[in-house]
Write a protein that binds this ligand. Structure first.
Ligand SMILES: Cc1cc2nc3c(=O)[nH]c(=O)nc-3n(C[C@H](O)[C@H](O)[C@H](O)COP(=O)(O)OP(=O)(O)OC[C@H]3O[C@@H](n4cnc5c(N)ncnc54)[C@H](O)[C@@H]3O)c2cc1C
Length: 317
């Protein structure tokens, strides 16, 4: 059966949700997804990846450190070995890095940050944002292998898969080696992976103003705190929380923008969120143009009331 190669990121054998979504998108084409995993604990990913639709699992062994160019070479070799017609990965930092490398090795055009991914009659068609998210372009891949990264929180994870056949391949190795990764120092949910993102902007007046944003995020339970660049530049929040053109691109189920004006560069990172709620005291703020629900009011009055309402709704369920 014609196959699609999916690069899967994992931590000690537990696949990242964004990779499972990429696997789900591959499975939804009707072609056979082959999951490629590398690094310590890779073989342990077999069960969750089988359940999420992988028909085969390629475990790359050897190499004492993660190597982006080595992994790209391993992926390109696996594409050739399995005659895969597409390579996909999550549009994460690693996925973005690998996309260009793999597309270069396979002499194909890379399609980054796709929000749809379909295959009909052997032709892949994707949709992806352009012009800082102002427009969506539909692209038909003309490459011999369609190489794409897929936006997280956009595709469904497949369920009910069988047992994937596992093959082990030694890495080709690379020139670049990642010798260390510094932990963020906390176990906070990443804005890219959270189902709910509550983001704050300059309207919160100072770093301490984010307390009301954190309280609302905590009330949701599955939420991450995000930030506009204005507050990151002011050192109120870390860059890891920045949403937008020069920050992270998010597409959660619910995005709550608090005291954020809605500059085009911010919209570029969040306008494909499923439901957008904006809270701003200026009724003419551009954020309301992309919002599904808008509350014109002072964040310091609205947010505590909203947090209380979320707590009560959760307690009632
Ligand atoms: C090359 C480039 C890249 C950029 N990349 C990014 C990026 O990745 N992400 C990003 O966010 N920006 C980015 N920017 C910056 C962007 O242009 C804006 O300057 C920034 O998004 C503004 O942040 P803000 O909305 O928090 O602040 P402001 O624009 O100052 O808006 C504050 C808002 O808070 C409202 N407000 C004030 N008080 C209250 C209150 N008490 N209650 C409720 N509302 C209140 C105001 O009405 C206003 O709408 C970039 C700019 C450039 C040039």
């Amino acid at each position: 059966m014609t196959s699609i190669l999916v690069f899967v990121e994992h931590r000690d054998g537990t696949p990242r949700r964004a990779s499972l979504e990429a696997l789900g998108a591959a499975a939804a084409t009707g072609l056979a997804p082959i999951a490629l995993v590398t690094g310590p604990g890779a073989a342990q990913a077999a069960a969750p990846l089988s359940a999420a639709g992988a028909k085969k699992l390629v475990v790359i062994t050897g190499g004492d450190h993660y190597s982006p160019d080595g992994t790209a070479a391993d992926i390109a070799a696996a594409v050739g070995a399995h005659a895969a017609v597409a390579f996909v990965a999550a549009a994460s930092s690693a996925g973005k890095d690998l996309l260009g490398r793999v597309a270069g090795l396979l002499d194909c055009a890379p399609l980054a940050d796709c929000t749809t991914f379909t295959c009909s009659g052997g032709v892949f068609t994707v949709q992806r944002p352009i012009l800082a998210g102002k427009a969506l372009v539909t692209v038909q891949s003309q490459s011999k292998v369609c190489c794409a990264t897929l936006r997280s929180n956009t595709f469904a994870v497949a369920t009910g898969g069988g047992a994937a056949e596992v093959t082990t391949v030694a890495t080709k190795g690379g020139k670049v080696k990642v010798t260390g990764v510094a932990a963020k120092g906390d176990a906070k949910l990443d804005v890219k992976e959270a189902a709910v993102v509550v983001s704050g902007g300059r309207g919160l007046r100072e770093a301490a103003g984010f307390k009301i944003v954190e309280d609302l995020a905590a009330a949701f339970g599955n939420a991450a705190v995000g930030a506009s660049r204005a507050v990151v530049d002011s050192h109120w929040r870390p860059h890891s929380e920045q949403v937008g053109q020069t920050g992270k691109t998010v597409a959660p189920q619910l995005y709550v923008a608090v005291g954020i004006s809605g500059a085009i560069q911010h919209l570029a990172g969040m306008r494909t969120s499923k439901v957008i709620v904006a809270i701003n005291k200026d009724a003419a703020a551009p954020i309301f143009k992309v919002a599904d629900y808008g509350i014109v009011g002072d964040a310091f009055e609205v947010l505590p009331a909203l947090t209380e309402a979320v707590k009560q709704a959760k307690a009632a369920n």
